[in-house]
Design a protein around this ligand. Structure first.
Ligand SMILES: Cc1cc2nc3c(=O)[nH]c(=O)nc-3n(C[C@H](O)[C@H](O)[C@H](O)COP(=O)(O)OP(=O)(O)OC[C@H]3O[C@@H](n4cnc5c(N)ncnc54)[C@H](O)[C@@H]3O)c2cc1C
Length: 479
Protein backbone atom coordinates (compact mmCIF):
# COMPACT_ATOMS: atom_id res chain seq x y z
CA UNK A 1 0.00 0.00 0.00
CA UNK A 2 1.22 3.48 -0.85
CA UNK A 3 2.66 5.55 1.95
CA UNK A 4 2.53 8.83 -0.02
CA UNK A 5 -0.45 11.05 0.73
CA UNK A 6 -1.25 14.72 0.29
CA UNK A 7 -2.74 14.93 3.79
CA UNK A 8 -2.33 12.59 6.74
CA UNK A 9 -4.98 13.10 9.42
CA UNK A 10 -4.35 11.70 12.89
CA UNK A 11 -7.57 10.89 14.74
CA UNK A 12 -11.05 9.89 13.76
CA UNK A 13 -13.30 12.09 15.92
CA UNK A 14 -15.21 15.13 14.73
CA UNK A 15 -12.01 17.12 14.09
CA UNK A 16 -10.16 14.40 12.18
CA UNK A 17 -13.13 13.32 10.10
CA UNK A 18 -14.05 16.92 9.23
CA UNK A 19 -10.45 17.45 8.10
CA UNK A 20 -10.37 14.23 6.10
CA UNK A 21 -13.65 14.87 4.28
CA UNK A 22 -12.88 18.51 3.49
CA UNK A 23 -9.38 17.64 2.24
CA UNK A 24 -10.79 14.83 0.09
CA UNK A 25 -13.51 17.15 -1.25
CA UNK A 26 -10.72 19.49 -2.34
CA UNK A 27 -9.16 16.64 -4.30
CA UNK A 28 -6.42 15.57 -1.92
CA UNK A 29 -5.26 11.99 -1.40
CA UNK A 30 -5.96 11.50 2.30
CA UNK A 31 -5.02 9.00 5.01
CA UNK A 32 -6.63 8.78 8.47
CA UNK A 33 -4.85 7.13 11.38
CA UNK A 34 -6.98 5.86 14.24
CA UNK A 35 -5.62 4.19 17.35
CA UNK A 36 -8.91 2.45 18.14
CA UNK A 37 -10.39 -0.52 16.30
CA UNK A 38 -13.11 0.44 13.81
CA UNK A 39 -15.93 -0.45 16.18
CA UNK A 40 -14.61 2.01 18.79
CA UNK A 41 -13.43 4.75 16.42
CA UNK A 42 -14.24 8.32 17.22
CA UNK A 43 -12.69 9.06 20.62
CA UNK A 44 -14.73 11.41 22.77
CA UNK A 45 -16.93 12.35 19.83
CA UNK A 46 -18.40 8.86 19.75
CA UNK A 47 -19.82 9.28 23.28
CA UNK A 48 -21.09 12.84 23.32
CA UNK A 49 -24.57 14.13 22.66
CA UNK A 50 -22.68 16.92 20.94
CA UNK A 51 -24.63 19.93 22.17
CA UNK A 52 -23.69 23.09 20.33
CA UNK A 53 -23.95 26.59 21.76
CA UNK A 54 -26.18 27.84 18.95
CA UNK A 55 -29.42 29.82 18.78
CA UNK A 56 -30.37 27.91 15.65
CA UNK A 57 -28.56 26.15 12.81
CA UNK A 58 -27.20 29.43 11.46
CA UNK A 59 -26.28 31.52 14.47
CA UNK A 60 -24.21 30.95 17.57
CA UNK A 61 -25.77 31.72 20.96
CA UNK A 62 -25.96 35.36 21.99
CA UNK A 63 -23.30 34.94 24.70
CA UNK A 64 -20.88 32.89 22.55
CA UNK A 65 -18.02 35.33 21.95
CA UNK A 66 -18.55 37.19 25.20
CA UNK A 67 -18.20 33.99 27.24
CA UNK A 68 -14.99 33.00 25.44
CA UNK A 69 -13.43 36.42 25.88
CA UNK A 70 -14.39 36.55 29.58
CA UNK A 71 -12.33 33.35 29.93
CA UNK A 72 -9.39 34.20 27.70
CA UNK A 73 -6.69 33.61 30.31
CA UNK A 74 -5.50 34.77 33.70
CA UNK A 75 -3.73 38.06 34.50
CA UNK A 76 -3.17 38.79 30.83
CA UNK A 77 -0.85 41.70 30.10
CA UNK A 78 -3.15 44.52 28.87
CA UNK A 79 -0.45 45.92 26.61
CA UNK A 80 -0.34 42.59 24.74
CA UNK A 81 -4.11 42.22 24.64
CA UNK A 82 -4.37 45.77 23.21
CA UNK A 83 -2.35 44.65 20.18
CA UNK A 84 -5.15 42.31 19.17
CA UNK A 85 -7.23 45.35 18.18
CA UNK A 86 -4.76 45.82 15.29
CA UNK A 87 -4.89 43.78 12.06
CA UNK A 88 -3.41 40.31 12.67
CA UNK A 89 -0.43 41.03 10.41
CA UNK A 90 0.64 43.80 12.78
CA UNK A 91 0.65 41.64 15.91
CA UNK A 92 4.08 41.11 17.41
CA UNK A 93 5.48 37.56 17.51
CA UNK A 94 4.95 37.34 21.27
CA UNK A 95 1.22 38.00 20.81
CA UNK A 96 0.90 35.60 17.89
CA UNK A 97 2.45 32.92 20.09
CA UNK A 98 0.74 34.02 23.32
CA UNK A 99 -0.96 31.43 25.47
CA UNK A 100 -4.49 32.87 25.59
CA UNK A 101 -7.83 32.63 23.82
CA UNK A 102 -7.01 34.43 20.61
CA UNK A 103 -10.01 36.60 19.65
CA UNK A 104 -9.33 35.90 15.94
CA UNK A 105 -9.84 32.20 16.65
CA UNK A 106 -13.13 32.86 18.43
CA UNK A 107 -14.46 35.18 15.72
CA UNK A 108 -13.63 32.57 13.08
CA UNK A 109 -15.26 29.82 15.14
CA UNK A 110 -18.43 31.90 15.55
CA UNK A 111 -18.51 32.96 11.87
CA UNK A 112 -17.89 29.46 10.49
CA UNK A 113 -20.23 27.61 12.88
CA UNK A 114 -23.36 28.10 10.74
CA UNK A 115 -21.68 27.29 7.40
CA UNK A 116 -20.06 24.23 9.00
CA UNK A 117 -23.40 22.94 10.25
CA UNK A 118 -24.80 23.47 6.75
CA UNK A 119 -21.86 21.44 5.41
CA UNK A 120 -22.51 18.67 7.97
CA UNK A 121 -26.11 18.57 6.78
CA UNK A 122 -24.88 17.69 3.30
CA UNK A 123 -23.46 14.54 4.93
CA UNK A 124 -26.96 13.66 6.13
CA UNK A 125 -26.76 15.11 9.65
CA UNK A 126 -29.92 16.69 11.07
CA UNK A 127 -30.05 19.09 14.01
CA UNK A 128 -32.68 19.65 16.68
CA UNK A 129 -33.12 21.44 19.99
CA UNK A 130 -33.90 18.35 22.06
CA UNK A 131 -34.10 18.78 25.86
CA UNK A 132 -30.76 18.37 27.58
CA UNK A 133 -29.87 16.89 30.97
CA UNK A 134 -29.57 20.50 32.17
CA UNK A 135 -32.77 21.33 34.06
CA UNK A 136 -31.79 25.01 34.25
CA UNK A 137 -29.70 26.71 31.56
CA UNK A 138 -28.08 30.07 30.96
CA UNK A 139 -27.77 29.82 27.17
CA UNK A 140 -29.16 28.12 24.04
CA UNK A 141 -28.03 24.76 22.61
CA UNK A 142 -28.88 22.53 19.65
CA UNK A 143 -27.51 19.07 18.86
CA UNK A 144 -27.19 16.64 15.98
CA UNK A 145 -29.85 13.93 15.97
CA UNK A 146 -28.03 10.79 17.08
CA UNK A 147 -25.29 12.79 18.85
CA UNK A 148 -21.58 12.43 18.24
CA UNK A 149 -21.93 8.83 17.09
CA UNK A 150 -24.09 10.01 14.19
CA UNK A 151 -21.40 12.56 13.29
CA UNK A 152 -18.69 9.89 13.31
CA UNK A 153 -20.68 7.41 11.25
CA UNK A 154 -21.90 9.94 8.68
CA UNK A 155 -18.51 11.59 8.16
CA UNK A 156 -16.61 8.30 8.06
CA UNK A 157 -18.97 7.14 5.32
CA UNK A 158 -18.38 10.37 3.40
CA UNK A 159 -14.63 9.89 3.75
CA UNK A 160 -14.81 6.27 2.58
CA UNK A 161 -16.90 7.29 -0.44
CA UNK A 162 -14.22 9.83 -1.36
CA UNK A 163 -11.48 7.25 -1.24
CA UNK A 164 -9.85 8.20 2.06
CA UNK A 165 -7.58 5.40 3.34
CA UNK A 166 -8.18 4.45 6.99
CA UNK A 167 -5.48 2.89 9.14
CA UNK A 168 -7.22 1.51 12.25
CA UNK A 169 -5.38 0.31 15.35
CA UNK A 170 -2.53 2.51 14.19
CA UNK A 171 -1.04 4.98 16.65
CA UNK A 172 0.90 8.13 15.88
CA UNK A 173 4.26 8.02 17.61
CA UNK A 174 6.08 10.98 16.12
CA UNK A 175 6.26 13.57 13.36
CA UNK A 176 8.74 13.32 10.51
CA UNK A 177 10.66 16.53 9.96
CA UNK A 178 12.98 17.89 7.33
CA UNK A 179 14.71 21.20 7.99
CA UNK A 180 11.97 22.25 10.41
CA UNK A 181 9.10 21.38 8.05
CA UNK A 182 6.77 18.47 8.73
CA UNK A 183 6.95 15.82 6.02
CA UNK A 184 4.79 13.07 7.52
CA UNK A 185 4.31 10.82 10.52
CA UNK A 186 5.70 7.65 12.07
CA UNK A 187 3.18 5.26 13.62
CA UNK A 188 2.87 1.83 15.16
CA UNK A 189 0.28 -0.56 13.78
CA UNK A 190 -1.16 -3.68 15.37
CA UNK A 191 1.55 -5.89 13.92
CA UNK A 192 3.99 -3.47 12.33
CA UNK A 193 6.05 -0.81 14.10
CA UNK A 194 7.66 2.22 12.53
CA UNK A 195 5.13 2.73 9.70
CA UNK A 196 5.95 5.97 7.86
CA UNK A 197 3.38 7.98 5.90
CA UNK A 198 4.29 11.17 4.10
CA UNK A 199 2.11 14.23 3.56
CA UNK A 200 0.96 17.34 5.32
CA UNK A 201 -0.22 16.44 8.80
CA UNK A 202 -3.43 17.36 10.62
CA UNK A 203 -3.19 16.45 14.30
CA UNK A 204 -6.73 15.73 15.50
CA UNK A 205 -5.92 13.08 18.08
CA UNK A 206 -7.58 14.62 21.11
CA UNK A 207 -6.05 15.82 24.35
CA UNK A 208 -4.34 13.82 27.08
CA UNK A 209 -7.30 12.87 29.30
CA UNK A 210 -6.35 9.21 28.81
CA UNK A 211 -2.75 9.71 29.94
CA UNK A 212 -2.22 9.48 33.70
CA UNK A 213 1.44 10.48 33.46
CA UNK A 214 0.78 13.70 31.53
CA UNK A 215 -2.07 14.63 33.86
CA UNK A 216 0.18 14.12 36.88
CA UNK A 217 2.85 16.27 35.28
CA UNK A 218 0.44 19.09 34.49
CA UNK A 219 -2.07 18.85 37.35
CA UNK A 220 0.04 17.48 40.16
CA UNK A 221 -1.27 15.26 42.93
CA UNK A 222 -4.96 15.96 42.24
CA UNK A 223 -4.63 14.03 38.96
CA UNK A 224 -4.82 10.76 40.87
CA UNK A 225 -8.58 11.15 41.44
CA UNK A 226 -9.49 12.07 37.87
CA UNK A 227 -10.71 9.72 35.17
CA UNK A 228 -12.10 10.28 31.68
CA UNK A 229 -15.83 10.84 31.65
CA UNK A 230 -16.40 8.23 28.94
CA UNK A 231 -14.60 5.34 27.29
CA UNK A 232 -13.47 7.39 24.26
CA UNK A 233 -11.24 9.58 26.43
CA UNK A 234 -8.99 6.64 27.28
CA UNK A 235 -7.75 6.64 23.68
CA UNK A 236 -6.51 10.23 23.89
CA UNK A 237 -2.99 9.99 25.29
CA UNK A 238 -1.41 13.18 24.07
CA UNK A 239 1.08 11.87 21.50
CA UNK A 240 0.06 14.54 18.99
CA UNK A 241 0.55 17.37 21.45
CA UNK A 242 3.86 15.97 22.67
CA UNK A 243 5.25 15.45 19.19
CA UNK A 244 4.26 18.94 18.08
CA UNK A 245 5.69 20.60 21.20
CA UNK A 246 8.93 18.71 20.60
CA UNK A 247 8.92 20.00 17.01
CA UNK A 248 8.79 23.57 18.32
CA UNK A 249 5.05 24.27 18.53
CA UNK A 250 3.85 26.91 20.99
CA UNK A 251 1.40 25.75 23.66
CA UNK A 252 -2.12 27.13 24.02
CA UNK A 253 -5.06 26.32 26.27
CA UNK A 254 -4.72 26.02 30.03
CA UNK A 255 -2.33 23.15 30.78
CA UNK A 256 -3.23 23.35 34.46
CA UNK A 257 -6.93 22.62 34.01
CA UNK A 258 -9.52 20.52 32.25
CA UNK A 259 -13.23 20.48 31.54
CA UNK A 260 -14.54 18.90 34.71
CA UNK A 261 -17.84 17.10 35.23
CA UNK A 262 -19.31 15.78 38.50
CA UNK A 263 -19.95 12.04 38.12
CA UNK A 264 -20.89 9.04 40.23
CA UNK A 265 -17.65 7.02 40.66
CA UNK A 266 -19.61 3.79 41.18
CA UNK A 267 -20.91 3.84 37.61
CA UNK A 268 -19.18 2.56 34.49
CA UNK A 269 -21.77 4.19 32.23
CA UNK A 270 -20.71 6.85 29.76
CA UNK A 271 -20.90 10.27 31.41
CA UNK A 272 -22.63 9.19 34.66
CA UNK A 273 -23.21 12.79 35.70
CA UNK A 274 -24.90 13.86 38.92
CA UNK A 275 -26.34 17.26 38.08
CA UNK A 276 -29.01 17.34 40.74
CA UNK A 277 -26.78 18.94 43.39
CA UNK A 278 -28.51 22.37 43.32
CA UNK A 279 -31.45 20.69 45.08
CA UNK A 280 -29.46 19.27 48.00
CA UNK A 281 -26.22 19.95 49.85
CA UNK A 282 -22.71 18.81 48.99
CA UNK A 283 -20.46 17.71 51.85
CA UNK A 284 -16.90 16.43 52.04
CA UNK A 285 -15.77 13.19 53.66
CA UNK A 286 -15.95 14.95 57.05
CA UNK A 287 -19.58 15.89 56.52
CA UNK A 288 -18.86 19.61 55.97
CA UNK A 289 -20.29 21.83 53.23
CA UNK A 290 -17.69 23.56 51.06
CA UNK A 291 -19.55 25.39 48.28
CA UNK A 292 -22.73 27.26 47.34
CA UNK A 293 -24.52 24.41 45.57
CA UNK A 294 -26.89 26.72 43.72
CA UNK A 295 -25.19 30.00 42.94
CA UNK A 296 -26.58 29.99 39.38
CA UNK A 297 -28.10 27.72 36.71
CA UNK A 298 -26.55 24.25 36.74
CA UNK A 299 -24.82 24.57 33.34
CA UNK A 300 -22.91 27.61 34.56
CA UNK A 301 -21.63 26.13 37.83
CA UNK A 302 -21.11 22.39 37.48
CA UNK A 303 -17.58 22.65 36.15
CA UNK A 304 -16.33 24.84 38.97
CA UNK A 305 -18.00 22.60 41.55
CA UNK A 306 -16.44 19.50 39.97
CA UNK A 307 -13.01 21.13 40.17
CA UNK A 308 -13.55 21.94 43.85
CA UNK A 309 -14.56 18.34 44.48
CA UNK A 310 -11.31 17.20 42.91
CA UNK A 311 -9.39 19.19 45.53
CA UNK A 312 -11.24 17.65 48.52
CA UNK A 313 -9.63 14.88 50.57
CA UNK A 314 -10.01 11.70 48.53
CA UNK A 315 -11.32 13.77 45.63
CA UNK A 316 -14.87 12.83 46.64
CA UNK A 317 -17.96 14.72 47.75
CA UNK A 318 -21.38 13.44 48.80
CA UNK A 319 -24.63 14.91 47.59
CA UNK A 320 -27.31 14.75 50.28
CA UNK A 321 -30.97 15.14 49.30
CA UNK A 322 -34.25 14.21 50.93
CA UNK A 323 -37.67 13.27 49.61
CA UNK A 324 -38.40 16.89 48.63
CA UNK A 325 -36.24 16.21 45.59
CA UNK A 326 -39.43 14.81 44.09
CA UNK A 327 -40.75 18.37 43.91
CA UNK A 328 -38.27 18.88 41.03
CA UNK A 329 -39.97 17.74 37.81
CA UNK A 330 -37.94 15.14 35.91
CA UNK A 331 -34.95 15.36 38.24
CA UNK A 332 -34.04 11.82 37.13
CA UNK A 333 -33.06 13.29 33.74
CA UNK A 334 -30.12 15.03 35.40
CA UNK A 335 -28.61 11.91 37.01
CA UNK A 336 -27.15 9.50 34.47
CA UNK A 337 -25.56 7.05 36.87
CA UNK A 338 -26.89 3.51 36.64
CA UNK A 339 -26.33 3.12 40.39
CA UNK A 340 -29.16 3.74 42.85
CA UNK A 341 -28.65 6.51 45.40
CA UNK A 342 -27.70 5.46 48.93
CA UNK A 343 -30.91 5.78 50.96
CA UNK A 344 -31.67 5.91 54.67
CA UNK A 345 -34.51 6.89 56.99
CA UNK A 346 -32.26 8.96 59.23
CA UNK A 347 -29.19 11.12 58.77
CA UNK A 348 -27.31 8.90 61.22
CA UNK A 349 -28.01 5.81 59.16
CA UNK A 350 -27.06 7.68 55.98
CA UNK A 351 -23.76 8.84 57.46
CA UNK A 352 -22.99 5.25 58.46
CA UNK A 353 -23.63 4.02 54.94
CA UNK A 354 -21.44 6.76 53.46
CA UNK A 355 -18.71 6.28 56.10
CA UNK A 356 -18.71 9.93 57.08
CA UNK A 357 -18.88 11.10 60.74
CA UNK A 358 -22.56 11.09 61.82
CA UNK A 359 -22.26 13.89 64.39
CA UNK A 360 -20.56 16.17 61.87
CA UNK A 361 -23.17 15.52 59.15
CA UNK A 362 -25.97 16.09 61.68
CA UNK A 363 -24.41 19.42 62.74
CA UNK A 364 -24.02 20.50 59.10
CA UNK A 365 -27.64 19.71 58.27
CA UNK A 366 -28.89 21.36 61.46
CA UNK A 367 -27.00 24.58 60.68
CA UNK A 368 -28.18 24.46 57.07
CA UNK A 369 -31.82 23.93 58.01
CA UNK A 370 -31.68 26.75 60.55
CA UNK A 371 -30.47 29.11 57.80
CA UNK A 372 -33.28 28.28 55.34
CA UNK A 373 -36.23 30.62 55.01
CA UNK A 374 -39.84 30.27 53.91
CA UNK A 375 -40.64 31.29 50.37
CA UNK A 376 -41.80 30.00 47.02
CA UNK A 377 -39.71 27.09 45.66
CA UNK A 378 -39.47 27.27 41.85
CA UNK A 379 -37.19 24.43 40.79
CA UNK A 380 -36.92 25.33 37.09
CA UNK A 381 -35.85 28.95 37.52
CA UNK A 382 -33.47 30.85 39.77
CA UNK A 383 -35.90 31.35 42.66
CA UNK A 384 -33.68 33.29 45.06
CA UNK A 385 -34.75 31.01 47.92
CA UNK A 386 -31.45 31.60 49.67
CA UNK A 387 -30.12 30.71 53.09
CA UNK A 388 -29.50 33.49 55.63
CA UNK A 389 -26.28 33.99 57.59
CA UNK A 390 -24.70 30.76 56.44
CA UNK A 391 -21.16 30.20 55.11
CA UNK A 392 -20.98 29.09 52.40
CA UNK A 393 -24.48 30.27 51.46
CA UNK A 394 -26.92 28.44 49.22
CA UNK A 395 -28.33 31.06 46.84
CA UNK A 396 -31.31 29.30 45.30
CA UNK A 397 -33.63 26.36 45.93
CA UNK A 398 -32.77 26.39 49.65
CA UNK A 399 -35.33 23.95 51.07
CA UNK A 400 -34.50 22.41 54.47
CA UNK A 401 -33.35 18.79 54.53
CA UNK A 402 -35.84 17.29 56.94
CA UNK A 403 -38.05 14.93 54.95
CA UNK A 404 -36.76 11.37 55.01
CA UNK A 405 -36.01 9.11 53.34
CA UNK A 406 -32.66 10.71 52.57
CA UNK A 407 -30.84 10.02 49.31
CA UNK A 408 -27.14 10.45 48.63
CA UNK A 409 -24.69 10.05 45.79
CA UNK A 410 -20.89 10.00 45.96
CA UNK A 411 -19.48 12.46 43.41
CA UNK A 412 -16.01 12.78 41.87
CA UNK A 413 -14.55 15.07 39.22
CA UNK A 414 -14.17 13.51 35.76
CA UNK A 415 -11.98 14.86 32.99
CA UNK A 416 -14.22 15.40 29.98
CA UNK A 417 -11.28 16.76 28.01
CA UNK A 418 -8.02 18.55 28.62
CA UNK A 419 -7.52 22.25 27.87
CA UNK A 420 -3.80 22.23 27.07
CA UNK A 421 -2.97 21.93 23.37
CA UNK A 422 -1.27 23.71 20.49
CA UNK A 423 -1.25 27.37 19.46
CA UNK A 424 -2.83 27.72 16.03
CA UNK A 425 -3.92 30.48 13.68
CA UNK A 426 -7.26 30.79 11.94
CA UNK A 427 -6.09 28.45 9.15
CA UNK A 428 -5.58 25.81 11.87
CA UNK A 429 -1.85 25.94 11.15
CA UNK A 430 0.27 25.14 14.21
CA UNK A 431 2.46 28.07 15.22
CA UNK A 432 5.95 28.06 16.64
CA UNK A 433 7.15 30.14 19.59
CA UNK A 434 7.59 33.13 17.27
CA UNK A 435 4.04 32.93 15.94
CA UNK A 436 5.09 31.51 12.56
CA UNK A 437 3.31 28.51 11.04
CA UNK A 438 5.31 25.29 11.26
CA UNK A 439 5.28 24.24 7.59
CA UNK A 440 2.75 21.50 6.79
CA UNK A 441 1.48 21.07 10.35
CA UNK A 442 -2.15 21.62 11.39
CA UNK A 443 -4.18 20.90 14.52
CA UNK A 444 -7.88 20.73 15.23
CA UNK A 445 -10.25 19.74 18.01
CA UNK A 446 -8.89 19.06 21.48
CA UNK A 447 -5.33 18.99 20.12
CA UNK A 448 -5.76 22.70 19.38
CA UNK A 449 -5.57 24.65 22.66
CA UNK A 450 -8.31 27.24 23.17
CA UNK A 451 -9.85 27.21 26.65
CA UNK A 452 -8.95 28.90 29.94
CA UNK A 453 -10.94 29.19 33.15
CA UNK A 454 -14.59 28.33 32.63
CA UNK A 455 -15.22 26.19 29.56
CA UNK A 456 -17.59 27.90 27.14
CA UNK A 457 -19.96 24.95 27.31
CA UNK A 458 -21.14 23.14 24.18
CA UNK A 459 -18.37 24.46 21.93
CA UNK A 460 -15.80 21.65 21.78
CA UNK A 461 -17.55 19.62 19.08
CA UNK A 462 -18.09 22.84 17.13
CA UNK A 463 -14.39 23.69 17.49
CA UNK A 464 -13.53 20.26 16.09
CA UNK A 465 -15.90 20.54 13.15
CA UNK A 466 -15.04 24.14 12.23
CA UNK A 467 -11.26 23.91 12.56
CA UNK A 468 -11.08 20.35 11.25
CA UNK A 469 -12.85 21.47 8.08
CA UNK A 470 -10.61 24.53 7.76
CA UNK A 471 -7.44 22.46 8.33
CA UNK A 472 -8.42 19.93 5.66
CA UNK A 473 -9.24 22.63 3.12
CA UNK A 474 -6.08 24.62 3.76
CA UNK A 475 -3.81 21.59 3.73
CA UNK A 476 -5.38 20.28 0.52
CA UNK A 477 -5.15 23.61 -1.25
CA UNK A 478 -1.42 23.75 -0.75
CA UNK A 479 -1.44 26.54 1.86
C1 LIG B 1 -19.56 12.06 27.36
C2 LIG B 1 -19.11 13.35 26.73
C3 LIG B 1 -20.03 14.38 26.56
C4 LIG B 1 -19.61 15.57 25.93
N1 LIG B 1 -20.56 16.52 25.67
C5 LIG B 1 -20.24 17.55 24.84
C6 LIG B 1 -21.24 18.40 24.31
O1 LIG B 1 -22.44 18.20 24.55
N2 LIG B 1 -20.84 19.41 23.49
C7 LIG B 1 -19.53 19.62 23.16
O2 LIG B 1 -19.21 20.56 22.40
N3 LIG B 1 -18.56 18.81 23.64
C8 LIG B 1 -18.89 17.77 24.44
N4 LIG B 1 -17.92 16.91 24.87
C9 LIG B 1 -16.54 17.15 24.45
C10 LIG B 1 -16.40 16.78 22.98
O3 LIG B 1 -17.16 15.64 22.69
C11 LIG B 1 -14.95 16.52 22.60
O4 LIG B 1 -14.08 17.47 23.17
C12 LIG B 1 -14.81 16.51 21.08
O5 LIG B 1 -15.74 15.62 20.51
C13 LIG B 1 -13.39 16.13 20.72
O6 LIG B 1 -13.29 15.91 19.33
P1 LIG B 1 -11.84 15.59 18.75
O7 LIG B 1 -12.07 15.18 17.34
O8 LIG B 1 -10.91 16.70 19.05
O9 LIG B 1 -11.31 14.37 19.63
P2 LIG B 1 -11.90 12.89 19.75
O10 LIG B 1 -13.31 12.83 19.35
O11 LIG B 1 -11.58 12.42 21.12
O12 LIG B 1 -11.08 12.08 18.68
C14 LIG B 1 -9.70 11.87 18.83
C15 LIG B 1 -9.36 10.63 18.05
O13 LIG B 1 -7.95 10.48 17.99
C16 LIG B 1 -7.63 9.12 18.22
N5 LIG B 1 -6.25 9.09 18.71
C17 LIG B 1 -5.79 9.54 19.90
N6 LIG B 1 -4.46 9.41 19.97
C18 LIG B 1 -4.06 8.87 18.80
C19 LIG B 1 -2.80 8.51 18.27
N7 LIG B 1 -1.67 8.71 18.95
N8 LIG B 1 -2.75 7.96 17.03
C20 LIG B 1 -3.90 7.76 16.32
N9 LIG B 1 -5.12 8.10 16.78
C21 LIG B 1 -5.20 8.65 18.00
C22 LIG B 1 -8.67 8.64 19.18
O14 LIG B 1 -8.81 7.24 19.16
C23 LIG B 1 -9.91 9.36 18.68
O15 LIG B 1 -10.57 8.63 17.68
C24 LIG B 1 -18.28 15.73 25.52
C25 LIG B 1 -17.37 14.70 25.72
C26 LIG B 1 -17.78 13.52 26.31
C27 LIG B 1 -16.78 12.41 26.46
Amino acid sequence: MSSQFDVVVVGCGIAGLSAAVSAAEAGAKVAVLERAPIEERGGNTRWTEAFMRMKNEDEVADDFEEHFMANAGFNLDPSLVAETAQPYGDWSPIVKALSFTDPEMVVTLAREAGPTLAWLKTAGIRFSDMPTYLITQSTTRICPVGGGLALVEALAEQAEQRGVTFFYETTLEDLLLDAGAVTGIRANGKTQRGIELSGKVVLACGGFEGNAEMQSLYYGERARYIRPVARGGYYNRGEGIRAALAAGAAPCGDYSDYHAQPIDPRSGQSEPIVFVFPYGILVDSQGKRFVDEASYTVDAIYENIARLINKLPGGTAYLICDSQLDRVPNWQRTVRSDQEPVTADSLEELAGKLAIPADSLAATVEAFNAATVDGPFKPLELDGLATRDLTPPKSNWGLPLNSPPYRAWPVISANCFTFGGLRCNTNAQVLDHDGRPIPSLYAAGETMGLYYGRYTGATSVLRGAVYGRIAGQHAAQGG
